[in-house]
Design a protein around this ligand. Sequence first.
Ligand code: TXA
Ligand code: MG
Length: 305
Amino acid sequence: MSVVDAAVRALREGGLIHLPTETVYGLGASASDPEAVIKVFEAKGRPRFNPLIVHVGGMALAERIGIFDDRARALAAAFWPGSLTLVVPVRDTGLVCDLARAGLDSVALRMPDHKMALDILRGLGAGVVAPSANRSGRPSPTTQRDAFEETGAFVQASPDGGDCQVGVESTVVSLLGDVRYLRAGAVTRAQIEAVVGALAQDEAEGHRSPGRMALHYAPDAPVKINVENPSVGAAYLAFGPVEHDGLVIQLSATRDLHEAAANLFKALREADRFTPPVIEIAPIPEDGVGEAINDRIRRAAGFVG
Ligand code: TXA
Ligand code: MG
């Protein structure tokens, strides 16, 4: 049996799988099956009030699950398959169980830009919930090996889809009322605005996307951000050339934000393996995918609500 067939079969049987995607590795379960979905929350130690993203292999299924208006259709047409999750009103609650939606009357949908993910989703022909495959609060896995280290004990299939090319989770945009940018990702605010016009002002976004708590994405060592001159003995995540008497891991030697995003979680894990007293991270510009990087490292450092 191919790895794709094995993954589809595991999902049909109510089991969990690792779902490789272009952003991060997911911990997948059939979205319509509450007994499977509950295992996802248990494996991750994830609070039940935090709803999951439902992954689909095609637009027809997306429109059976959720209600798409013109804005949602335009965003899907522009960015799917890709690193954008759309929150829309739910249409058929039978296709996505209450637990997956945390009881909300909305649903978060995404079509990943990853061949193996799409093969699995199309093979199943139904929605798959997939939060990042880490245990809750830890850095997201961007390789099959890291996914296996985090939650390998809980899955029936752990296909290797290669290293994730994007490296941070999808952008989450809500289409309930005004368009809102709930979670920064590789698809930037400017890219969304180019399709649907100006976004609603949103200072307290963290509170609108449930479960966006601080101390997320955190390695074991304490994390300090915006450090230009690393302290002696610190593990340093650099963004460009640096002199440091200690471990240096380059997020991007050429200061390329996409490369830095792709390397971020791997670098946090690698630094942690040296059990340093502290992990210090270079300042990262806030533009483009830099907003997503800064969001994740602020949370790794325990800031933001
Ligand atoms: O890149 C990704 O999105 C990865 C990969 C595996 O696809 N998945 C992922 O899933 O990050 P998850 O479940 O960890 O992220 C869900 C995010 C959370 O911030 C959650 O609060 C938000 O989406 N969300 C889900 N449903 C929502 C809803 N109905 N309303 C508002 N936010 C919602
Ligand atoms: Mg996550």
